[in-house]
Design a protein around this ligand. Structure first.
Ligand SMILES: NC(=O)CC(=O)C(=O)O
Length: 299
């Protein structure tokens, strides 16, 4: 029987220390991706906003232009660094996210929080713009309004890795919207990946819970990749990158410090879990609508 994950694969999440120095962040990311590759990883993930600090005032300052693709070196040093790195390491590189600038002819500027995923050949396979912007206000704890600067993406992102199967990409706050995950899983993703930077308030409450919930709902692997925590920065990331299996069990996790988490995703595990708890044949579309009938896959 064909399995969703065609062969077992090692996934690495790089919980990178991210600074205000973009060039340093890029070369540091290279060092860590190569380190993960030495441990056998074939899919390597970087965190949300891995080449800049996370904060609305930083997005315009660090933004790069990705379109038309491929951008020049000047337009996007990160595109070129990640493409070269994927080729050098011979692995899939899921480039967390970076602030993206789209400038209209009349000078209007639009910013997105954008992921780029590269094949081992160095080819750009997909981009995902954060669909749900992080606008929250928890009195006395945290207020954040990405929408002051960013615009939202408008699609669900599935990426085909021919030797392994399909993965779904979304960014941080996107994880709180289970419809996106469910549609991607029902379209055949074996892994939901979320580069993300929760914080000390919401991280403690919901980070692991969200990861396990999306894995449990959809009976697929889930990976959440955070920047390392920096208490000198204005925004303090939660850290605790983790990988969860299709039975919602934590396969591995980090603390708040920089680190590399390598986890083996075993082919056949999804089908084993789904055989035991057969949600996939028990859905009642005569009682409620099938969300997987919808979903937009192109910008
Ligand atoms: N930073 C985010 O996008 C999301 C987050 O921190 C949360 O959902 O909590």
């Amino acid at each position: 029987m064909a399995t969703l994950l065609k062969q077992s694969v090692k996934l690495a999440l790089i919980q990178l220390s991210c600074t205000a120095d973009k060039a340093r962040n890029l070369s540091h990311a290279r060092t860590k991706v190569l380190e993960a590759t030495k441990q056998g990883a074939k899919i390597v993930v970087l965190p949300e906003c891995f080449n800049s600090p996370y904060g609305t005032k930083y997005f315009p300052q660090y933004a790069e232009t990705l379109l038309p693709s491929p951008p020049t070196e000047d337009q996007s040093p990160t595109f070129h660094a990640l493409s070269k790195l994927a080729k050098e390491a011979g692995v899939y590189v899921v480039g967390g996210s970076i602030p993206e600038l789209v400038e209209a002819k009349k000078g209007d500027k639009t910013y997105y929080n954008t992921n780029m995923t590269f094949a081992p050949s160095g080819e750009l396979l997909a981009t995902h713009r954060k669909v749900h912007l992080f606008d929250i206000d928890i009195p006395g704890k945290i207020k954040f309004r990405e929408s002051d600067v960013l615009s939202p993406g408008n699609k669900i992102t599935l990426v085909d890795l021919p030797e392994y199967g399909k993965i779904a990409l979304a960014i941080c706050y996107d994880i709180r919207f289970p419809e996106l995950a469910t549609i991607a899983a029902r379209k055949g993703a074996f892994l939901l990946l979320y580069p993300g930077a929760f914080n000390l308030t919401t991280g403690k409450l919901h980070w692991e819970l969200q990861a396990r919930a999306r894995a449990m709902d959809n009976q697929v692997f889930v990976g959440l990749c955070s920047p390392a925590r920096d208490m000198e920065a204005e925004y303090n990331a939660w850290g605790h990158s983790l990988v969860v299996d299709p039975n919602a069990e934590v396969l591995g996790g980090l603390d708040e410090k920089e680190g590399i988490l390598v986890s083996e995703l075993v082919a056949g595990r999804i089908e084993e879990v789904r055989k035991g708890i057969p949600l996939y044949t028990q859905r009642r579309f005569d009682v409620y609508p099938d969300v997987a009938e919808g979903g937009k896959f192109e910008e």
